[in-house]
Design a protein around this ligand. Structure first.
Ligand code: B12
Ligand code: SF4
Length: 465
């Protein structure tokens, strides 16, 4: 039990991108060069739940504020928390663990809790770390609340679903916590703790954006994606009214006019999405614009018009590969023909489309990669796709792709810091293509596409092509 005459004090940390001892500054600069800054939405959801239940919460956004590890530690020292929660995706786990170690050096009594996608899959290895007291798996809001309350009251940890912890020499993995069915029961993210004017991307055209999560879960089986394993295959939706209330709060209280829906599948239910679009208009949120992820083959022209009328400006599509065999192998669940139809339809309606593409899937050859490059250019030049992003395939823990690569001994390393699209150094040992050739193609498409993109933009004014 913790002696307590004040509310429990918890500091949540979004750690710097990479652990200081691992990379030179130059590499850090390269890997973080994404031209977009997102807030840690997961941490702000957890903060909101803790605050709603009377706890004292602070949030340190190292990435947004470009803080070093030392600066984060200085702020933790000033906060004097009893609990520290750190979020971790795979390439940032070493950064998170570095902070955990430093925090224990300040005061070993601070309880260090780790959560986030990487922890969900690697909790049994992460908990072995001396500086980590608890791993929280899956949806973190209620688990964190219950865990802190339990520790403060000196309760029995065996009743807290969703945690992994140490007891003597044993590692205890409590049962999973069932997903929260009614997402309306969550408090809105604690935006009061965020650096709201800081969030932007090239696609926001100079505006600040705020992220919103209206749904959780995805029924699809894309082999490279960890999302369904974290959030479940059932698509859970907040009520339209609840989402609109949050949009109104962002609009009125924070003055933000650009929303980025982070949902994996915002548009899967046509009626719900139509109701949301009409609700945005009916609420009179003048000038509110937004962007979201779409899915090839799912979206109709009718729905696109609804979205356009409600302020949708950009749709991001995971197109992934230009070769049907690779698309099928990774279980993407659509055809190249559908890619063309969806991109053309989006352009016709007047919404910008942004395609995500990958290269370096286990069975890829130079020819299949060329097909991806050609598809991206064709879509941009002839079908109205406005922009594109390319990445080298990375198998994240928890995905079918990771298991495939492990089984086939194709993983070059288990150094998680190397697991990032941005490093431009793949971790898959490819059979049919050398690393050098892969990077050459990757660099080439970045260069060429940029050039083509410029050509395409100029072509709108009719002065180049
Ligand atoms: C938006 C997004 C981004 C944004 C940035 C988001 C951010 N602020 O960091 C951008 C586009 C920049 C991005 C980049 C990357 N992303 Co991303 N991203 C997402 C996406 C679509 C939504 C994230 C989100 O906000 N979810 C909603 C919130 C509520 O969920 P959450 O953050 O996971 O938090 C909940 C739980 O995880 C848990 N939790 C989280 N943190 C903590 C901490 C504590 C202490 C506790 C107790 C609990 C807890 O509780 C939260 C509330 O329930 C997810 C997919 C998804 N469906 O989640 C992928 C996802 C998180 N991204 C992923 C990856 C791999 C990346 C990249 C590494 C890709 C790359 N470039 O190589 C980069 C890394 C960028 C970086 N430097 O951090 C993977 C992570 C897989 C893994 N094993 O780590 C995901 C799951 C996508 C996938 N399809 O597999 N991403
Ligand atoms: S890539 Fe998108 S559609 Fe595919 S499983 Fe992941 S979230 Fe679902």
């Amino acid at each position: 039990m913790i002696k307590q005459d004040q509310p429990p004090k918890c500091t949540l940390i979004d750690p710097p991108d990479y652990a200081p001892e691992l990379f030179s500054n130059k590499e850090i600069a390269r890997t973080t060069e994404m031209h977009e800054v997102y807030p840690p939405l997961g941490l702000s959801y957890i903060a909101a739940t803790l605050i709603q239940n009377g706890m004292d919460v602070s949030l340190i956004e190292a990435r947004t504020r470009n803080l070093s590890h030392d600066e984060v530690i200085e702020e933790v020292e000033e906060e004097v928390p009893q609990f520290v929660g750190i979020t971790a995706i795979t390439p940032r786990i070493n950064s998170a663990l570095y902070l955990a170690r430093k925090i224990k050096e300040i005061n070993p009594d601070i309880k260090v809790i780790l959560g986030g996608p990487h922890i969900h899959f690697e909790h049994k290895t992460v908990i072995n770390n001396n500086s980590v007291d608890f791993c929280v798996r899956g949806e973190g809001e209620l688990t964190t609340l219950d865990l802190i309350n339990c520790i403060v009251r000196g309760g029995d940890l065996s009743g807290i679903n969703g945690i992994t912890f140490k007891q003597g020499n044993d590692i205890i993995v409590n049962p999973d916590r069932p997903f929260v069915r009614d997402l309306d029961t969550f408090a809105f993210p604690a935006r009061e703790l965020l650096h709201n004017p800081a969030y932007h991307g090239l696609w926001t055209e100079g505006q600040t954006f705020s992220p919103v999560l209206a749904t959780r879960g995805c029924p699809y089986h894309c082999a490279f994606c960890a999302a369904p394993a974290i959030w479940g295959r059932k698509h859970r939706r907040r009520s339209v009214k609840n989402v609109l209330n949050e949009l109104e709060q962002i609009y009125q209280d924070y003055g933000v006019r650009y929303i980025r829906f982070l949902d994996d599948l915002l548009i899967v239910n046509k009626k719900w999405t139509t109701d949301l679009c009409r609700g945005i208009t009916e609420r009179g949120l003048d000038g509110l614009t937004w962007a979201c992820d779409g899915r090839v083959g799912l979206i109709s022209e009718e729905l696109l018009y609804e979205m356009k009328n409600a302020g949708c400006r950009v749709i991001f599509y995971g197109i992934e590969f230009g070769n049907q065999g690779i698309l099928d192998f990774c279980k993407k669940g659509f055809t190249i023909k559908q890619v063309y139809e969806t991109i053309e339809m989006t352009a016709k309606v007047g919404i910008s489309s942004y395609g995500y593409f990958m290269m370096g899937y286990p069975t890829e050859t130079v020819e299949t990669i060329e097909e991806t490059i050609n598809l991206s250019k064709d879509l941009a030049l002839n079908y109205g796709m406005d922009s594109a992003g390319f990445s080298i395939v990375t198998p994240f823990p928890g995905t079918a792709l990771f298991e495939y690569c492990r089984k086939n001994k194709m993983l070059k390393t288990l150094d998680w810091s190397r697991y990032s699209y941005q490093l431009q150094k793949g971790v898959i040992e490819l059979k049919h293509i050398s690393d050098e050739k892969l990077y050459e193609l990757y660099e080439r498409v970045l260069y060429e596409f940029q050039f083509k993109e410029q050509l395409y933009q100029f072509s709108e004014f009719g002065d180049v092509i």
